[in-house]
Design a protein around this ligand. Structure first.
Ligand code: N01
Length: 529
């Protein structure tokens, strides 16, 4: 079996699959190394109950193939995890991708050989592959965070992590369950777990904002319309900061009269979904504007949750949209159920997990099973699990000790011929991941093609280009309120992680324009050898 390739791609989620397809189209040899036993990345691992995408299905899909767009039929406004995984498998089959994907293969180390200008990639099983280029497609939210709660290993029952859920599923019927965390994964899974469990106790450290999904089956007429006008939908989406075709209201919330403002929020609430944050253009720029939206949501919580004390605990104290907004189906309502208890641990961490449950705020709770909905070591976690060694044997984890630094979120000084799809410093998690992935994949494939045409074999960003880009990522983050709270965007959920706002917040259109300018100016900011 060959072990020498033009490119080695790490990960067979949406990024890795399309990267492989694109490189093949351009006549490059490539091999994908994937830790899981199947394609799908995020959608392969995150099989917790209620998992679905909160970007609408007709937008959370590939656009590189009009035939694929036409033949695939989404069934719901927001696709479930099983449906998205079926889609990923369909893509793998349709484009005959599996023959170049090696499954059950976790990459542990990648070393750049300066003399040969090639990477050697090692796997946990001790296999070695050589590639001119290494392209990471490992996802931004793919390294599950298991907090170091004392005693976690003492618990006698099963412990499940939402980000690494058993493939056979879990039936909570008749069980007592404890859930730790109230982020997106918890907010999606809690209503379903509550519907099965004898009793569910939710441990909440930070209350979160969530907006109703109003999910529904897609109307066939609507699907026909979308299919007839996909290019137009995609074009519109690409003009929006998040790469999602939201209707953005460019008015200021605080400057809009109260009655009118309320009407706008009500309309957005009734429509549902992440577009709520586009109710007004200054919700993440102006504290007073933000407060109008936050107060609106808190009033909704009080309307739904019958026990005023519980409603108060569920009401977030930070600004709305600072942590990633959640989208739910029946989340607040769940706390009206007699079999659900909410425990506020904002002022005191969980003391310890015990053999039979856990101890928090001086009280013991007993469970049959425990669910950690505790998120991910975002954006850098998966990358730094691989021991990348660049020029002079320098480790990526040392280079990024003070936080990640990249040029365009795609390349790193000292790590030639390494590309990071949706890497830190790119819009990635602040956008619809699919168009962001496609834009990176196409940029990288075009770059490799241009290098081949010019007889170049090594590409590396210049230190001043990386420095300038890091400055721009930081400056744009500081303009918005988004960098002000303790979110995974800034690494605050991982003890000891440097606090750096990791994604580029300047918006998808501005970012794409910048990437295109770099190419038009002869790969400005790069040294090509
Ligand atoms: O993770 P999170 P997630 N003790 O980090 C709590 C995407 N996603 O898996 O906020 C007690 O948001 C933590 O508390 P705090 C989406 O981008 C998308 O839910 O740090 N609690 C928090 O409540 C999302 O943002 C979809 O104070 C602890 C929770 O665990 C991202 O993935 C669906 C704790 C973690 O929330 C991550 O979401 C799901 C401790 N020691 C996810 N440690 C879509 O629909 C952590 N927590 C596309």
């Amino acid at each position: 079996m060959p072990t020498n390739f033009d490119a080695l791609i790490i990960g067979a989620g949406f990024a890795g699959m399309y990267m492989l397809h694109r490189l093949r189209q351009k006549g490059f040899s490539a091999r994908v190394l994937e830790a899981g036993s199947g394609v799908g990345g995020t959608w392969y691992w995150n099989r917790y109950p209620g998992a679905r995408c909160d970007v609408e299905s007709v937008q959370y899909s590939y656009q590189f193939s009009p035939e694929l767009e036409q033949e695939w039929e989404w069934s719901e406004r927001y696709a479930t995890q099983p449906e998205i995984l079926r889609y990923a498998n369909h893509v793998a089959d349709r484009f005959d991708l599996r023959r170049d994907i090696q499954f059950d293969t976790r990459v542990s180390r990648a070393v750049f050989d300066e003399a040969a200008s090639r990477w050697t990639v090692e796997t946990e099983k001790g296999e070695r592959f050589v590639g001119r280029f290494v392209i990471t497609a490992m996802g931004c939210l793919s390294s599950p965070n298991t907090p170091k709660i004392p005693g976690l290993e003492d618990f006698k029952g099963p412990v499940y992590h939402t980000g690494n859920w058993p493939h056979e599923g879990v039936d909570f019927t008749g069980k007592t369950v404890g859930v730790i965390g109230t982020g997106s994964s918890a907010i999606q899974s809690i209503p379903i777990i509550a519907g099965q469990a004898r009793h569910l106790t939710v441990f909440q450290r930070t209350a979160n904002y969530t907006v109703p999904a109003h999910n529904q089956p897609l109307d066939p007429d609507q699907v026909r319309q979308v299919k007839a006008s996909y290019p137009e939908l995609r074009r519109r989406a690409k003009t929006k900061p998040a790469g999602i075709d939201f209707d953005i209201n460019y008015a200021s919330a605080i400057e809009t009269p109260e009655a009118e403002r309320r009407k706008v929020f009500e309309q957005r609430w009734a429509y549902g979904g992440l577009g709520f944050m586009a109710s007004f253009s200054d919700l993440l720029l102006n504290d007073d504007s933000n407060k109008t939206a936050a107060d609106f949501v808190k009033a909704k919580i009080r309307e739904v949750v019958k026990d005023p004390e519980v409603a108060e605990i569920l009401s977030p104290r930070n600004i709305i949209g600072c942590k990633r907004l959640c989208v739910d189906t029946g989340y607040w309502e769940t706390f009206n159920r007699p079999n659900v208890t909410l425990v506020d641990i904002s002022d005191e961490p969980i003391e310890r997990v015990t053999a039979t449950g856990l101890r928090a705020k001086g009280r013991d709770y007993a469970f049959d099973c425990l669910v950690l909905a505790t998120g991910f070591d975002a954006m850098t976690g998966a990358l730094l699990k691989v021991d990348f060694r660049g020029r002079g044997g320098v480790a990526l984890k040392d280079k990024w000790r003070e936080g990640p630094r990249t040029y365009l979120g795609l390349t790193v000084v000292g790590f030639p011929n390494l590309f990071t799809i949706t890497g830190p410093g790119s819009p990635s998690v602040l956008t619809n991941m699919l168009p962001s992935i496609e834009q990176h994949v196409e940029w990288i494939a075009d770059c490799l093609e241009a290098m081949r045409a010019q007889g170049r074999t090594v590409i590396e960003p210049l230190p001043q280009a990386e420095e300038a880009w890091a400055g721009e990522v930081g400056r744009s983050a500081n303009i918005t309120l988004r960098s002000t709270c303790s979110s995974w965007y800034v690494g605050a959920n991982i003890p000891g992680k440097p606090r750096v706002f990791m994604p580029y917040i300047g918006g998808f259109p501005a970012y794409v324009e910048r990437c295109e300018q770099v190419v038009a100016q002869g790969y400005k900011g790069f040294a090509l050898a």
